[in-house]
Write a protein that binds this ligand. Sequence first.
Ligand code: SAM
Length: 242
Amino acid sequence: MIIELQPNSFSPEQTTIWSFPDRGKWATHSGRYRGNWSPYVPRNLILRYSKPGDWILDQFLGSGTTLVEAKLLNRNAVGIDINPQSISLSETNLNFKCETQSKIFVRKGDATDLSFIKDDKIDFICTHPPYSNIIKYSTDINGDLSLLDEDAFFKAINKVAKEAYRVLKKGKYCAVMIGDKRYRGNIVPLGFTLMQKYLDVGFKLKEIIIKEQHNCKSTTKWIGVKRNFLMLAHEYIFIFYK
Ligand SMILES: C[S@@+](CC[C@H](N)C(=O)[O-])C[C@H]1O[C@@H](n2cnc3c(N)ncnc32)[C@H](O)[C@@H]1O
């Protein structure tokens, strides 16, 4: 049973540094899907970069957090994910009643090929790809970006960015969240590399937001006196526009 459909207290972020130590549990949100984003992230982005009745796209649907927020905030939305388990979980999470008139669609698909969407149709893209292969979302799904090493991952991200640019209306925004990783002691700057891929296909850059990361389980092994590494505790949210 859903107790609260909206957050208790919400005030929109006003700076380029965001932090949500309490990740947010209203509506059907929970932290159970590995690597899902706090609903405060899409809530802030949707409120700032879209208006009621707009069409929102999430190319990497996951557990449906973005679409739940779109539904609560009276936006229409399309979400796709390559993993059928993500589609059925999102359908479950979207199965609640609220008073908005939103049209919400989820479908299995590949973010590198949005041919089911015509050019210049989307008002806002709000999405959160895998961070290369840090968390693997499947073992063998063809096209799953979370199975790819950096070279193959960024070839695919180039296609994702091209498709995002094609389907977005001119003058509208595209928000993408991603974090960096360490490999053999070095930082692999997934964030800035992704940013450059989006700029290369024609997007302009409106903002770089630093989001503090909480409960960084997969990076705790890197801290400690002997190795002298800092724990990665931030992600980037890039706001592009067409
Ligand atoms: C970081 S998760 C998204 C989490 C989401 N923001 C949430 O709150 O639940 C990334 C998702 O991308 C999906 N994915 C991986 N490759 C994909 C592709 N080529 N096309 C669409 N989705 C893909 C994965 O299955 C995973 O669900």
